[in-house]
Write a protein that binds this ligand. Structure first.
Ligand code: SF4
Ligand code: SF4
Length: 433
């Protein structure tokens, strides 16, 4: 039977109704010195040295940009060790022992509303660049590059759809701090000289609609920002789908949305813009979802960047009794990366860790049901790409446009034979990349 599906079970009820817990005082933090976009780094501090909160301790080098590295506590620099990054790679992390004083570095200061009103696009770009802000939904793309666009933008879109199952930290962030979200959007609109804003939410997320419309009406009466309720299918949070359903704009594959007068930002990134501009602060804490069927008390946590996931599992009352083997997914279950260790550190781009009982699924041979083809949001033929990978036929992989895959995971989700089809398509992208 063909399973054409753009619906996935969301499991958000595990966490979305609970207020976010604060866990911001770990004894030590581990700051990633490398990440998916930056392979090398230089440090300007040594072991044993004292650093303040928000102090620059080094710089990461990316292909076409540099990223200052900030301390997320005040305290004493420790050794460097290898820890898992959310990309699944082990990378160098520097330990900093927290003195629990949060002594701020002089670089952290507040700007008045009058000062902010005078900032130019170049000023915003410089502020965000110095504070090392990147796409906090997981992309890790430097935000200053997006803010520096010279294209004429008609609408700034905040993507609050959060369509990945289990994740609800953006939902809680909006519910608990709507003014920060809208102020961040206001700053982005000012930076880009844009008059119109839009916050895209899932239609079912009614409390967000009420909170946002009320805050806009009462606190931002002069701001032209609408709240759009979109559909509840997956991957509705894919930016291309958001622009299509919220604004009727179709951005073709490989094209920049700014060429079509639109630009999108994730919710946490928008709050990151607020923190950078208002408090001249890098990302020190973030909203984070710790959930799954293998831990006792899933919840959303406001966590300091650099905190060990092991501590957060303890905060969630630990593992369920007799749980057996578990897997850890960094990010959402559809697009995230899985690992078998809990020795994971929250980086500023880690949205969540999902701890699941490890159920072994036996892959069966493909029955050519076509479910993967009917469900693919980018209109690919995942089964044909999989067969081309098995034959190592790169010409066919190119002809089937495997490069258009957004790695949403739907083809695996719907597969009748429980084949990890997405892994094959991802492999095809690497082979023809
Ligand atoms: S993972 Fe790629 S091939 Fe599979 S459904 Fe999503 S976009 Fe299509
Ligand atoms: S790969 Fe899976 S979903 Fe696709 S045709 Fe084969 S059995 Fe069906």
């Amino acid at each position: 039977m063909i399973k054409k599906s753009r619906k996935v079970r969301d499991y958000k009820a595990l966490t979305k109704v609970l207020p976010t817990v604060r866990y911001v005082d770990p004894e030590k933090v581990f700051i990633h010195l490398q990440n998916g976009r930056c392979k090398t780094y230089d440090l300007v501090v040594k072991e044993g040295e004292y650093v303040k909160l928000g102090q620059v301790i080094g710089v990461r080098h990316g292909g076409f940009f540099e990223q200052p590295i900030h301390s997320t506590v005040s305290g004493i620099i420790g050794p460097i060790s290898k820890k898992l990054h959310r990309t699944g790679r082990k990378v160098d992390c520097i330990e900093i022992n927290n003195d629990f004083k949060d002594t701020k570095h002089e670089d952290l200061f507040d700007r008045s509303d009058e000062e902010i009103a005078k900032l130019t696009q170049d000023d915003f770009v410089e502020i965000v660049k110095k504070n090392s802000l990147v796409g906090l939904g997981g992309s890790g793309f430097p935000t200053y590059i997006k803010l520096a666009t010279k294209d004429k933008i008609d609408t700034v879109v905040i993507n609050a759809v959060e369509c990945e199952p289990y994740l609800s930290s953006d939902y809680r962030l909006i519910l608990e701090h709507p003014v920060r979200v809208v102020t961040g959007l206001q700053y982005i609109m000012q930076a880009l000289g844009v008059k119109k804003g839009l916050i895209a939410i899932k239609s079912e997320k009614d409390p967000l609609y009420q909170v946002l419309t009320q805050v806009l009406e009462v606190k931002f009466p002069d701001l032209d920002v609408k709240v759009a309720k979109l559909g509840n299918h997956y991957p509705q949070g894919w930016e291309v789908e958001v622009f299509r359903w919220a604004l009727g704009i179709d951005v073709p594959h490989g094209q920049l949305p700014t060429k079509y007068g639109v630009i999108g930002f994730n919710v946490s990134t928008t709050v990151g813009v607020y923190e950078a501009v208002k408090h001249n602060s890098p990302v020190i804490k973030r909203h984070f979802t710790m959930t799954g069927d293998a831990i006792k008390f899933p919840q959303n946590i406001r966590v300091r960047v650099g905190t060990s996931v092991r501590e957060l599992i303890e905060l969630c009352d630990g593992y369920k009794d007799n749980v057996g083997d578990v897997i850890f997914i960094m990010g959402g279950p559809m697009m995230g990366v899985s690992t078998v260790t809990d020795d994971v550190i929250v980086s500023k781009t880690t949205t969540s860790v999902i701890v699941l009982k490890n159920v072994e699924y036996k892959e069966e041979p493909c029955v050519r049901c076509g479910s993967c083809v009917y469900s693919c949001p980018t209109h690919l033929e995942p089964v044909a790409i999989m067969n081309a990978v098995k034959r190592n036929d790169k010409e066919v992989m190119k002809g089937l446009e495997a490069f258009k895959c957004i790695e949403c995971g739907l083809c695996t989700y719907v597969c009748t034979s429980k084949i990890h089809v997405t892994d094959y398509v991802r492999k095809a992208k690497q082979l023809i990349g």
